[in-house]
Design a protein around this ligand. Sequence first.
Ligand SMILES: [Zn+2]
Length: 102
Amino acid sequence: MKGMSMRSPWRTIQLFISSQYAGIFEVEVDTETHDVRCTCPVWNKNGSCKHTAFVNQKMKYNNGHYSIKIPEDIPEDLVQEAIDDPAAFRNLIIKYNKVEVL
Ligand SMILES: [Zn+2]
């Protein structure tokens, strides 16, 4: 995958289960430009999809931020690590954030 390094600004912020396609799709946001991208076939073809629309919509009503639904009792060091490391952040999302069905 392109640009997946420690310095990558891309963060996985939301997982989706699709009713249309088999599999789980991930929406990532560029923390610097706020661009979003998705791993689903529709996004690959069109550069936009209902998943990125969902995320964009939520960010629009939340001053450009996407709120993640994770439990409050997650260990602080885990959260700290996730802030610095995209892979750790992704693990946090996969493990704790609510998966949306869309
Ligand atoms: Zn998508």
